[in-house]
Design a binder for this molecule. Structure first.
Ligand SMILES: Nc1nc2c(ncn2[C@@H]2O[C@H](COP(=O)(O)OP(=O)(O)OP(=O)(O)O)[C@@H](O)[C@H]2O)c(=O)[nH]1
Ligand SMILES: [Mg+2]
Length: 241
């Protein structure tokens, strides 16, 4: 399990307890020197609870995409394993982990915790935030032909074969863009993707890191991927499309 953190001191212990109550997994927290001491809290937690929890400390806040890449690379170094990602702010309920993981164990290449399939929900988001996320997802899926309902979800499981096949290390986007680009590469590689309905709860403790920059980056990325898809399509069809 790869969990990126920046200033999640008020959430991380509850999250680790929640995860360990439902799955037996190695947990890697990727922390960017959070000023609130998140990494030290994880280290103390690991001392009390054993070796299945570790923290990867990075020198400064470097964004979500680099945190996932570093985490997946570290996870795959220790061998082939299903890689799960989730936020540390308690928006993602560990109760969904068994469903996400077993979907991959049963043959899916990836499973997404989805807010936008029947049974999925969002609690406590302001209307503007809901609108942005819902229409952002529709735009990305429509433009790129993704055939998934929640391409920006940060709650996912990947098979090791898929992660290697899509060359995750070369994905450059951060934030929501990272999730979209990973989904795009997975779909283009012919991956079988399963969506598991989840109830997403807005964070109660700590601050959101969402910014205009992250939204602009995701929007620009979808347009860029749309354009390269068209170019590639032209080459493949001999310039006739
Ligand atoms: N290591 C690392 N983790 C980060 C960084 N930015 C965000 N995170 C973590 O990534 C997860 C998602 O970040 P959030 O701030 O919850 O962003 P979000 O979920 O897109 O937005 P909200 O729904 O408003 O909270 C959380 O666990 C954060 O602590 C970063 O630059 N580096
Ligand atoms: Mg969040």
């Amino acid at each position: 399990m790869v969990i990126p953190t920046y200033n999640e001191a008020g959430n991380i212990e509850r999250l680790l307890d929640g995860i360990r109550a439902v799955v037996d997994a190695n947990i890697l927290v990727v922390d960017d020197s959070s000023p609130d001491g998140t990494a030290d809290i994880v280290d103390r937690y690991a001392e009390r609870n054993g070796k299945s929890v570790e923290v990867l400390r990075r020198p400064s806040k470097s964004g979500l995409g680099t945190a996932y890449r570093a985490g997946f690379a570290e996870a795959l170094r220790s061998g082939d394993c299903i890689c799960v990602q989730m936020d540390a702010d308690l928006s993602h309920d560990p109760a969904y982990l068994p469903a996400l993981i077993s979907a991959v164990e049963l043959g899916a290449d990836a499973s997404l915790g989805s807010r936008y399939v029947p049974g999925g929900r969002i609690e406590n988001w302001p209307k503007l935030r809901l609108f942005l996320s819902r229409w952002g997802n529709r735009y990305a899926a429509g433009m790129l032909g993704l055939a998934v309902n929640d391409a920006t979800s940060g709650f996912r499981a990947y098979s090791p074969q898929l992660l290697r096949r899509i060359d995750f290390a070369s994905v450059r986007a951060e934030g929501y863009g990272f999730q979209i680009e990973m989904t795009h590469r997975a779909v283009r590689s012919g991956a079988r993707i399963v969506e598991v309905p989840i109830t997403f709860v807005d964070r109660v403790v700590g601050e959101s890191k969402l910014s205009h920059h992250i939204i602009n980056e995701a929007f620009g990325l979808v347009n860029r991927l749309w354009f390269t898809d068209r170019l590639l399509g032209r080459f493949r069809s001999g310039g006739s499309s």
